[in-house]
Design a protein. Structure first.
Length: 289
């Protein structure tokens, strides 16, 4: 069975597995407590037009959750035994059906990992489906619940209505390279900026010597920001990169060979110097080249 693990908000991890028979969602989060928390899986299977608003009800689904896609199936955990049925709602005849115990989707919990098993037969001939995964703690907020542990890492835990801006597009083809890819709603104005500190990004040297030299502690390079790194950042949902600390700084490293001798130690913070102690706004730090 092919499996892909996704890091969610609030320390949650979500593993998506795919076989010829089932789509399996494994959920684990530090804040998840059996008996008071529920995990929700909202799916857009493209059977029906669906809705971008998840049903909301005190003591049931809790406060409102808005999705970046139109879901037509909502599955969530109820009372947990070794192997229990899920609750579900379906979008039928232009509205959400009443909550009912699922006849096919099942849930179990083992060693702190909650697993929801979804037979693929209910997805019909769909090649791709949309998915959002999150949890709620119903011991809080007077039965409306506290939202936490979403697949969208930009969504903070808390009470009240929540908008999920990033969802997972699940490729049901058995030979697909990746099962789930993060997606945002087309035309969404939301930007997600990754602050990339070149000195650390890509530096696999684990030496942490105070005032160590480049040879001792290592340093990241511009070449580390390659196609693979950019693709990985894009897969995590980032739309922009902020390169930090790349302008030429005062440093104790001697670059006399390119007419840039070491600077006065009294001006420096450590041998490398501070990336904020810029001495030339029209050039970059030679450490990274």
């Amino acid at each position: 069975m092919h499996k892909q693990t996704i890091s969610g908000s609030n320390g949650a991890t979500i593993a998506i597995s795919l076989s010829d028979v089932d789509l399996v969602v494994e959920y684990r989060a530090p804040d998840f407590v059996t008996g008071r928390c529920a995990v929700f899986v909202a799916l857009g299977t493209h059977h029906e037009i669906g809705a971008a608003i998840v049903p909301f009800q005190r003591g049931a689904e809790g406060s409102t959750v808005f999705l970046p896609f139109k879901a037509d199936l909502l599955v969530w955990t109820g009372s947990l035994t070794e192997s229990s049925l899920c609750n579900e709602r379906k979008w039928e005849r232009w509205k959400w059906s009443d909550a009912a115990s699922s006849t096919q989707n099942r849930v179990k919990i083992d060693n702190g990992t909650l697993t929801i098993q979804l037979p693929r037969s209910q997805f019909g001939e769909a090649k791709r489906i949309d998915c959002a995964v999150y949890a709620k703690d119903f011991s809080e907020n007077d039965g409306w619940g506290k939202f936490f542990g979403c697949n969208d890492r930009s969504i903070e835990a808390g009470t009240g209505d929540k908008y999920i801006s990033q969802y997972l597009e699940i490729d049901l083809h058995p030979a697909s390279e990746k099962i789930a890819r993060p997606r945002t709603r087309l035309g969404s104005p939301r930007m997600r900026i990754y602050q990339l500190f070149v000195r650390l990004f890509g530096n696999i040297n684990e030496t942490r010597k105070p005032d160590g030299t480049i040879g001792e502690n290592g340093v990241g390079k511009f070449n580390d920001i390659n196609d693979a790194a950019l693709s990985s950042l894009r897969e995590m949902g980032f739309t922009h990169i902020w390169l930090t600390g790349v302008l030429q700084q005062a440093t104790g490293t001697d670059y006399s060979s390119i007419s840039q001798p070491a600077d006065d130690p009294d001006l420096l913070k450590g041998v490398a110097g501070s990336p904020y102690a810029i001495k030339d706004y029209f050039d970059v730090c030679p450490d990274y080249a």
